[in-house]
Design a binder for this molecule. Structure first.
Ligand code: BG6
Length: 459
């Protein structure tokens, strides 16, 4: 199918699951509210449910995660909704789906299910004729490592052409992440200094104050590096580090992203700290003695002209003091230390939960002495409001057939090559207390560049 064909049915597998509950139903309500979704919606799951139970579940999801039920949108959603209950291993489930699809010629199938089920679902979609002219959306993790990512890709390609495969890394759909490219390149006060000549280090912190929230068995298979570093946080690095994308063709952002990933040296195990919050091993689904990391901090080096000798630091963890993803771009010091002492020439880019951009600068402290003091100039504070959410945007783009905001397989593979040395390390994870910033060893990592800046008060 060509890129310009709009999908004429939206099918989602995993209709009774966690992802549908937290993200998909709210996104569908948002799309309907904005008039962006006018096709049949078919949920598939194996739960022994009927459509009424699915409707109840949708109501609960919208109440909890969708900012409340919008009755008009909900009525429309209900009218378009169909449900197929059945085993994914049973071809009959897919025959039922095919009957529900009726005249639809270009459905989009969203696999919001564990990756281990992808092969059987994809094969049964093909066997039932429902894959013809269709698109497929899959969720990360795209494999567990490079080899399994390639295997997954072969499985998908047996049935779907690359142009019909949409891999979701929802960070690519976030307003604040997309803004990184605009903010960097559209501002003359920044664009010329965004390189090794002026930047000391770049730090990305993804802190979450909650734990694994009942996803213990998923997390046991993943850990922080697979869960958020290989995908979300490398995408953020990509947007921060990429060369200006050409505006003349659609693939340019994805081309620039993959170029960055290929220039990142595979992680050095000596530059990684892995931690586990106290009590993780008592979570349901977690194995006693588990060595899975719920926190990871690392240093990346990008082997490019622009970024030579500029360390990129990443830390991501559960049970941190706050929930916030933030980038700190720290600039080099001017030479007159008395005027410029301290760590305060930076750009702060908060990506979640709200969007914030601020400049750290130094101004003269009032008084007789000619000394500077830190101040922070807020350029933008945009509370989490009624913006188009990442899932809403991405599902809309997949229905429209525009792949620009989805992960391309070459980028997925390049990202696995970066993190692979850090996967499943035998060295024991370091424990940390809930509500702390992770193991103490993590602070040593950034000692030479003034510490982790996100969590510091102005000095
Ligand atoms: C998901 C991870 O992909 O992203 C979760 O599996 C994480 O562990 C979530 O909490 C964070 O997404 P957001 O959009 O809330 O920052």
């Amino acid at each position: 199918m060509t890129d310009t064909i709009r999908s004429d049915a939206f099918v989602f597998f995993g209709a009774t699951g966690d992802l549908a509950y937290k993200k998909i139903f709210p996104a569908l309500q948002g799309m309907i509210r904005r008039g962006h979704l006018d096709v049949p919606i078919i949920g598939v799951a194996k739960q022994g449910w009927g459509i009424e139970q699915l409707r109840d579940r949708i109501r609960a999801s919208l109440t909890e995660h969708g900012g409340g039920v919008d009755e008009r949108a909900f009525t429309k959603l209900s009218e378009r909704l169909a449900y197929v209950d059945g085993d994914y291993n049973d071809l009959e489930t897919f025959r039922q789906l095919s009957r529900k699809l009726g005249d639809a010629k270009h459905p989009v199938h969203y696999l919001a299910i564990p990756p281990s089920l992808f092969p059987v679902v994809v094969q049964n979609l093909a066997a039932s004729g429902s894959a013809k002219g269709a698109r497929v959306i899959i969720e990360k993790p795209f494999g567990r490592d490079l080899a399994s990512a390639r295997q997954l890709n072969r499985t998908l390609h047996e049935v779907f052409d690359e142009s019909a495969i949409f891999r979701i890394d929802h960070y690519l759909g976030k307003e604040a992440v997309q803004n990184l490219v605009v903010f960097r390149f559209a501002n003359t006060f920044l664009e010329p200094v965004w390189n090794r000549n002026y930047i000391e280090s770049i730090q990305i912190t993804m802190a979450e104050s909650f734990g694994v929230q009942g996803r213990g068995s998923f997390y046991e298979e993943a850990g922080a590096i697979r869960d958020v570093v290989q995908n979300h946080l490398l995408s953020v690095v990509g947007f921060l580090a990429m060369e200006p994308p050409a505006t003349t063709y659609n693939e340019s952002i994805r081309d620039e992203l993959v170029k960055v990933f290929r220039q990142i040296a595979p992680l050095d195990v000596n530059n990684i700290v892995r931690g586990q919050f106290d009590g993780y091993q008592r979570e349901p689904g977690v194995k006693p003695g588990s060595n899975v990391e719920t926190f990871a901090a690392m240093r990346l080096d990008i082997d490019s002209w622009r970024w030579a000798d500029v360390p990129f630091f990443i830390r991501a963890g559960k049970c941190m003091p706050v929930t916030e993803t933030e980038v700190m771009v720290d600039f080099k010091r001017p030479p007159i230390t008395k005027l410029a002492r301290g760590t305060d020439n930076y750009v702060r880019l908060r990506l979640t939960p709200d969007l914030k951009i601020a400049l750290g600068a130094r101004v003269k402290r009032p008084g007789d002495e000619m000394v500077g003091e830190p101040t922070e100039l807020s350029l933008l504070e945009q509370p989490k409001g009624d913006e188009v959410g990442a899932y809403e945007r991405l599902l809309g783009e997949a229905i429209d057939g525009d792949p620009a905001l989805f992960s391309r397989q070459d980028a997925v593979e390049a990202a696995w090559k970066v993190v692979e040395p850090a996967l499943d390390l035998e060295k024991a994870v370091e424990p940390y207390s809930r509500g702390s910033w992770g193991p103490a060893a993590c602070d040593l990592m950034t000692r030479d560049v003034g510490g982790w800046l996100s969590s510091q008060p102005l000095r």
